[in-house]
Structures are given as C-alpha cells and as structure tokens.
Design a protein around this ligand. Structure first.
Ligand SMILES: [Zn+2]
Length: 390
C-alpha cells in the first residue's frame, strides 16, 4: 500500500496544493519544510524545542548515521525515534549526495560506491541495497533511494549516464525494501536538460514509489535554472503523489517551488546560517556578528513571535556570537526555523483560501526589495549549496 496522501485544496492562480501525508509517526500537513537533523539531531536543539516550534518532520542522513553510531546501534534500540527521544516523522536521505560530495577515496561502480570511513578509516560499500538496509534499521518513516549525484554543469553524456544508473539503483532499492510501513521515494535526475528530466520522470513514475523527489539541484546551478527545472519537473510528476524538492531552500526558492506544485522541502540554510550568525528576518537577512548590531537594543525581528525575538536583543545576540557562546547559534536556529515554519503555515493557509498566487507574489517582491537594499551594507546572501554538506 502506498503512503497515504490526500489533497485538501488547490490554488486557482497557480499549481500550488495543500495536502496531508499519513506517516507511521503521525500526519504531516503539506506544503512542509523539514528540519535537517543530519546526525540524529537538529544541531543545538532537542525534541522539546522541535515540538515547541511545531517542526513537522526531521531529516536524518544515512551516510553519517551508518558511520556513527552505525546500523547496529539503531537495531539495538529499535530505531531513530527512541534513540533520539523524538516521536514525530523522520525522513532519511540515502547518502547519495554525501558519497559524491564528501567521501574520501571513493570508487564508483554499478554495484555501488566504495569509500573510506571518516570515523575509523575502514573501506565501506554503500549500495542501493545497503542504503535500504541501513534506513530500515534507522526506522525512518520515509526512505530515499540511493542516487548518483553529479554537478549540474556536467556534460550531457555524463548526466545521462548518472541518470540511467540512478534509475537502475531505484529499482534495486524498491526490490530491497523490507518494511512496507516505511515509505520509499524515488529521485528524478537529469541535470539541467529538459529531455533527460522528462525521461527520468517517465521512467520512475511507472514504478510504485510512494513519492517522487527532484534531485540534483543547488549544485552549481543559478536561481533561474533551478526554478525552470523545478517547475518543468514538478509538472511531470503524478498529481496523486507527494513531490519533494531536495536541498533547495531560500524562502524565494520555496515560494517558486510551491507555485509549481511542490509539497516537501528541506535545506540546511536556516540552521547552517544560524551557526554563522545570520538570521532570516521579515526585512531581509541580518548578520548578527556585524559591529552595527552591538548597540542595537531592538529585537532581532520586530515582526516575529518566536521566543528569541520576544526576549532578546540584537545587541545580546551579537555579544553571544562574539564570545562564541553556544546560546547564540541556538537562539538564532530557533528563530530561523520559526521563520521558515511560519512561511510554510502562511503558504498553506493561503492555498486553502485560494489566494496563494497573490500571497507568493507579494512575499517575493518584499524579499527582493529587502535583499536589494541589504546590499548597501555588504553581501546579503551567503553562497552555500542547499543540500546538507555534512
Ligand atoms: Zn524570531
């Protein structure tokens, strides 16, 4: 049986839709932003924080979790939920992206990827079957197939070869699946080439995956390229199944993808930038380590209802970062995630009200205006790929 997915409303002015996923650890309202918790933790936050924030899903990573604590540790305690003391839905990425972006000494074959563990130097194989076996031990609610990730600027021959291998690996993953209560999503590849994206979607959607992801973006592409591929790919995916855009996620990226009918998102930006002292606010990004914040006895974001903005000033946050106090990144992580979850809640409400196209347009205009005015003060954006670097 496929993962239950129902659509509650469609926006009349765009392809956006609002729905609900039924996972083994509770329902997830869509569109949804998933907090990245690579190593079975959203860095600096505990499950109580996540509950307070209303975090709908935590995203773990097979590559890191297979190295530490290892699949056996999850088998011993009965899975990631008990291990990390968290009872909500978990999605695990297959490790494909990390194998290609991080792993030392990697050799790739049809069988899978051999690489050297950064924990103890052992040579390990991550194959489609092994990835499913580890994700089964982790006990995630949604598993991802192992895919071959390449730079989106690779040659068309290399992009095609990686896509075709991703398809063969997807079918091996489907055959290797052990627990039907764990959903399995396929990943559409094909780089920036429309013909290949079409071929990839046609191949994968002919098989009984619970959902379909758009992969291979935020790896060297421009925002315009990302939007074109996302929009064209989302249209090729079945209406009745959830669509997941992997690792792409500035607020404008999310708004564009929701307009195109994407339901699920994850991105390291809100948490990763928080650890560097950068906050997303209603008036653009704020770099809290800047000297101008040192005397700013004002909330981080006057329009934000989060605990950080209600209780602490920019001056205090600046002080915490200057002293390398861990409370600084923690408070900004709480704020940034609150900012993202609020955007998603507003988006869902606008889709239900049939006003999403106008909402998204107004939001995008406001962000463009703020990011543009922010340039006078220095770079408003940080260059960073969205899929978790590790
Ligand atoms: Zn806030």
């Amino acid at each position: 049986m496929l993962l239950p997915f129902e659509i509650h409303a469609r926006d009349p002015g765009s392809r956006a839709r609002a729905g609900k996923l039924g996972t083994a650890h509770g329902p997830v309202l869509t569109p949804v932003f998933m907090a990245v918790g690579t190593r079975a933790t959203v860095t600096g936050l505990d499950p109580f924080d996540l509950a307070q924030l209303g975090a709908p899903v935590v995203l773990g990573n097979t590559y890191h979790l297979m190295l530490r604590p290892g699949a056996e540790a999850f088998r011993r305690v009965g899975g990631i939920h008990r291990f990390m003391g968290y009872s909500g839905p978990v999605l695990t990425d297959s490790g494909g992206y990390q194998i290609f972006s991080l792993a030392d000494d990697r050799t790739l074959s049809e069988e899978g990827a051999m690489f050297r563990s950064y924990v103890d130097g052992r040579r390990l194989l991550l194959s489609p079957e092994r990835s499913i076996e580890i994700q089964t031990a982790i006990g995630s609610d949604i598993m991802m197939v192992l895919d071959e990730c390449i730079d989106s600027t690779s040659s068309s021959a290399a992009t095609r070869a990686a896509m075709e291998r991703t398809h063969r690996w997807a079918l091996r993953s489907l055959r290797a699946r052990e627990n039907p209560a764990q959903a399995l999503f396929a990943i559409v590849q094909g780089g920036l080439l429309p013909d290949l994206r079409r071929a990839s979607a046609a191949f994968l959607t002919a098989h009984p995956f619970d959902g379909f992801a758009i992969g291979g973006l935020a790896v060297g592409d421009t925002r315009a390229e990302r939007e074109d591929v996302t929009s064209a790919s989302a249209e090729l995916l079945p209406d009745a199944r959830p669509r997941y855009l992997m690792g792409v996620g500035t607020p404008p990226d999310l708004l564009h993808a929701m307009l195109a009918g994407v339901d699920m998102f994850d991105c390291v930006l809100p948490t990763h930038l928080a650890w560097q002292g950068t906050a997303f606010t209603s008036t653009g990004r704020v770099k809290l380590t800047r000297g101008s914040c040192a005397s700013a006895d004002v909330p981080l974001d006057a329009n934000c209802g989060c605990n950080t903005c209600q209780r602490f000033s920019r001056a205090y946050l600046n002080h915490l970062f200057k002293c390398s106090e861990p409370l600084g990144p923690r408070l900004v992580s709480l704020h940034n995630l609150h900012h993202y979850f609020t955007l998603m809640r507003e988006a869902r409400a606008a889709i239900l009200a049939g006003t999403f196209a106008a909402y998204a347009r107004a939001k995008l205009d406001a962000i463009d205006r703020h990011e543009h005015s922010g340039r006078r003060l220095g770079p408003a954006t940080t260059s960073l790929d969205g899929r978790e670097p590790g």
